[in-house]
Design a protein around this ligand. Structure first.
Ligand code: NAG
Length: 255
């Protein structure tokens, strides 16, 4: 397949990052990068892992897959929860439509009613197939965790940050409504936060830090086209366009 190299200059206000984006082979509806690995699912729910720059088909079908410090987890179109264990999918109890393995050995997700759940570290490392979920107050359609806690969006595309999330106390303490409108939000292992707006524009949360985990503002990335999904890990931003095209962008500071 022909690789199209496009160079995009990204100006992010104060800190100008440089985004070098590459269209890579394949077609996905969702992608997740974490712990140095990349997984995705396509429109017919087939599951892929990026190995040596090409997509390897895994067994099974999922509507959403996530990889990170908590391992590899996914959910099916009937909302069954699976984890990847010893090179095979193991189903566990619970019913979720979206799941996130980016937390420090804890897992978070939402169900078809937009109820929010998480699995503490002891549940995540357990080999048991009956796990104890922690219920979190509130309503979200998408929830993702990283270094400085968890972010989510609700059915009205309102954005929320969850304070006080810890690996052994994943429920956290309180929500803060963050100004802005996003259809999905993903938190990287380094704490960086990226999201896609209902219109398909890609945003990065500026100046997220341990001292200020909610950051300061949304910065619209200067990328052409409209997108449906974003994921970030280890300096690489993965974008899924509306038509399923996959872009691999190197995020580097030119300073
Ligand atoms: C998803 O991947 C499978 C396995 O490679 C393939 O047969 C199927 O056509 C793909 N679906 C779409 C919509 O591309």
């Amino acid at each position: 397949m022909i690789q199209i190299l496009s160079l995009l200059l990204l100006c992010t206000g104060t800190a100008a990052d440089l985004l070098l984006c590459n269209l890579i082979p394949g077609n996905l509806k969702q992608i997740d990068a974490g712990a140095g690995q990349v997984y995705g699912v396509n429109d017919t729910d087939y599951i892929f892992r990026l190995v040596d720059q090409s997509w390897t088909l895994l067994s099974g079908q999922l509507i959403h897959v996530s990889v990170g410090a908590a391992g590899v987890w996914g959910v099916t179109n009937s909302n069954t929860v699976f984890k990847y264990q010893d090179n095979s999918w193991v189903s566990v109890n619970g019913a979720l439509k979206q799941i996130d393995a980016g937390g420090n050995k804890y897992v978070a997700g939402v169900n078809s009613q937009n109820s929010v759940y998480c699995l503490n570290q002891d549940q995540v490392v357990s080999l048991a197939t009956t796990l104890t979920y922690t219920s979190i107050d509130g309503s979200l359609k998408y929830y993702s965790c990283g270094l400085y806690g968890c972010w989510g969006v609700n059915g009205n595309n309102e954005v929320f940050y969850r304070y006080g999330v810890q690996p052994t106390a994943c429920s956290g303490t309180k929500w803060e409504n963050i100004k802005g409108s996003l259809a999905m939000v993903e938190v990287g292992a380094d704490g960086s936060v990226y999201g896609v707006s209902p219109e398909g524009d890609v945003y990065k949360r500026d100046e997220v830090s341990e001292m200020n985990p909610v950051g300061t503002q949304w910065i619209k990335l200067n990328v052409c086209g409209k997108y449906r999904h974003v994921s970030y890990d280890m300096g690489i931003l993965w974008l899924i366009a509306l038509n399923g095209d996959i872009y691999k962008c190197q995020v580097s500071c030119p300073c």
